[in-house]
Write a protein that binds this ligand. Structure first.
Ligand SMILES: Nc1nc2c(ncn2[C@@H]2O[C@H](COP(=O)(O)OP(=O)(O)OP(=O)(O)O)[C@@H](O)[C@H]2O)c(=O)[nH]1
Ligand SMILES: [Mg+2]
Length: 196
């Protein structure tokens, strides 16, 4: 995929109406700080169009990035950020759920999990819920630059085992926003969605 244009088109808060887009959407979910916004930037070939932070809880809205005027990349607020209040956590959870259940254009959800750690309880719940919703789900194992080459496959296997996904035909893509490992593979998914 060749990146020509990328712009932030719509920002939605908890009470906003969701956009009725007419082109395909792909969404990125995962715990706070796992690297969703960084991944979206690297997929768009932009340094900082999506705001990132070393502090968890940076993205607090649903942000729709329009890529090449043909597909939307949807950055979702991270879940499981312990320092946010219970009310806030529920509010974001509801936003994510409302979007995923109501979007008519959502084609695939990318679930991001830190390659260095076991999936959290929330990751496992999210994976099971997406499966229950029959939503096409691809796992992205983020921050692969933090592991040595030979540790990557071991970690991918561990994620698969923790999600109980051995028989799910689940695709797990190691990714690094630093080295761009995995980027071509994700672009290929976009091309498939777009029929290119
Ligand atoms: N080494 C390394 N660091 C990364 C990578 N991706 C993200 N980071 C760092 O991880 C931190 C969090 O990244 P974000 O992209 O803001 O994470 P997020 O998932 O959008 O976080 P929230 O918006 O809070 O949910 C930042 O300090 C990034 O620089 C990666 O692939 N490799
Ligand atoms: Mg973010």
């Amino acid at each position: 995929m060749k990146i020509k244009t990328a712009e932030l088109e719509t920002v939605c808060g908890p009470t906003s109406q969701l956009p009725h887009n007419t082109q395909p959407e792909v969404a990125f979910t995962g715990k706070s700080n796992v690297g969703k916004s960084s991944l979206i930037n690297s997929l768009m070939n932009r340094k900082s169009l999506a705001r990132t932070s070393a502090q968890p809880g940076k993205t607090q809205t649903l942000n729709f990035y329009h890529l090449n005027n043909e597909i939307y990349l949807v950055d979702l607020p991270g879940y499981g950020y312990a320092k946010s209040s219970k009310v806030e956590r529920e509010k974001w959870g509801e936003m994510i759920e409302r979007y995923i259940t109501s979007s008519e254009q959502l084609e695939v959800v990318f679930l991001l999990i830190d390659i260095r750690h076991d999936p959290t309880k929330n990751d496992i719940e999210m994976y099971n819920w997406l499966k229950y919703m029959e939503m096409q789900t691809i796992v992205i194992a983020t921050k692969s630059d933090k592991l040595k080459k030979h540790e990557i496959q071991k970690s991918v296997k561990n994620i698969e085992r923790c999600l109980n996904a051995e028989e799910d035909d689940l695709i797990i893509v190691p990714y690094s926003s630093v080295t761009k490992e995995g980027r071509e593979e994700i672009w290929d998914f976009f091309d498939q969605i777009l029929g290119n």
